[in-house]
Design a protein around this ligand. Structure first.
Ligand SMILES: *[C@@H]1O[C@H](CO)[C@@H](O)[C@H](O)[C@H]1NC(C)=O
Ligand SMILES: *[C@@H]1O[C@H](CO)[C@@H](O)[C@H](O)[C@H]1NC(C)=O
Length: 355
């Protein structure tokens, strides 16, 4: 074995074997890199440490998003079981309806937001209940078994600064307080450079999670419902039960007196009605918050569908944007062009009349 000879101060020499020394040095470097590499990526040490430190693995973010929605759902179920919702009001919506808030909203928010933020500390997350203080929030660790066994999910790294996450800890709170539980959902959406890419809509009382990662994979539940044909001969428009008056008039004016209207609650629930062909379009004519619609936007896109404002613009979910979409909503799986054209023509005519 080759060795190096060093002269020590006192004149005696020691031998250091080159190969064992190199092994020790490599091990020390590995350990240092491993210790430094504590960001959310947890990439194999050594490999691409510097290159990946500003990236997030979308597969992990998908798994975390599904878990967050399901954990939020568990909090909601547990508050519902106690029947002690501690309901209070956040004020009035723009339509003048009461905007309620319960312990279920708070507990779901805390586990969803803080659970995700703990695993992905540098990602920008917006939640409907960001004002809420979370003292001892439950958390969770990533559990890939939330994906079905046949799901093929690639590891894909995306710049963290391009990612925004939108959380709705409890959609349809009003209906939750009325025990109309089927409408209640929890939602998580991941947008990349403002475009919705991953959507999760979890229905805790039905025990169903619909999720999609556009062009990559989707939940078994969504995969089975898209297998059905989309019947377009008979328009069925789903609208909100809480401010149905105006929007029902709009539907009849635009699509005819005999239009079929499905009144329902919760933007998440309504998107699922469109996804599953129980409705052919979802129409909303007033302001709506982005955490209400981002996950549905991603899921509909994954099914080949479209969600736009009433002036046919895509909605931007980037970090610099306002959390409010003030320009209404039309969501479909097929024939978006035909619906939007009728709507825009009608609105154009209304404007001309007013002049
Ligand atoms: C990520 O960000 C870096 C630096 O800001 C940029 O050079 C690179 O093109 C970005 N990568 C992607 C996939 O957007
Ligand atoms: C669609 O309607 C059918 C029949 O009413 C119902 O069983 C099903 O749950 C609905 N789908 C969704 C997503 O609610």
């Amino acid at each position: 074995m080759k060795s190096l000879r060093y002269e020590k101060m006192n004149g005696r020499s020691i031998r250091i074997h080159r190969i064992p020394a190199a092994i020790v040095a490599i091990l020390v470097i590995c350990l240092l890199i491993y210790l430094c590499n504590t960001d959310e990526e947890q990439q194999p040490a050594m490999y691409g440490m510097l290159r990946n430190q500003n990236k997030v693995n979308m597969r992990k973010l998908l798994i975390g998003s599904i878990q967050a929605a399901q954990r939020g759902g568990l909090e909601i179920l547990s508050v519902a079981r106690t029947r002690n919702l501690k309901e209070r009001s956040k004020g009035k919506t723009d339509e003048g309806a009461n905007d309620p808030f319960t312990d279920a909203d708070a507990r779901s928010h805390c586990v969803m937001k803080h659970g995700l933020q703990r695993i992905f500390p540098r990602i920008q997350i917006f939640s409907e209940e960001d004002k809420e203080q979370c003292n001892e929030a439950n958390t969770f660790d990533l559990d890939p078994t939330v994906l079905h066994e046949t799901a093929k999910i690639p590891d894909e790294l995306i710049n963290i600064s391009d990612v925004t996450v939108w959380i709705d800890p409890l959609d349809a709170t009003q209906e939750f307080t009325e025990q109309l539980y089927e409408y209640v959902t929890t939602m998580v959406c991941v947008a990349v450079r403002g475009k919705p890419v991953i959507g999760v809509i979890h229905s805790p009382f039905i025990g169903q999670t619909a999720w999609a990662w556009i062009d990559r994979s989707m939940s078994e539940y969504l995969a089975t419902i898209i297998a059905g044909e989309h019947d377009t001969s008979n328009p069925i428009i789903t609208v909100s039960r809480s401010h149905a008056g105006d929007v029902k008039d709009l539907v009849r004016a635009v699509f005819g007196e005999k239009s079929n209207i499905l009144t329902a609650a919760g933007a998440g629930y309504k998107v699922l009605q469109v996804a599953s062909n129980n409705a052919t379009a979802y129409l909303h004519s007033t302001k709506i918050k982005k955490w209400d619609i981002c996950a549905g936007d991603a899921i509909l896109r994954a099914l080949g569908g479209t969600m736009t404002t009433l002036d046919n613009k895509l909605i931007d979910y980037g970090r610099g944007e306002s959390p409010v979409n003030a320009r209404g909503l039309l969501a479909t799986v097929v024939q978006h062009d035909q619906y939007i054209e009728k709507l825009m023509t009608y609105r154009e005519n209304q404007k001309t009349k007013q002049r």
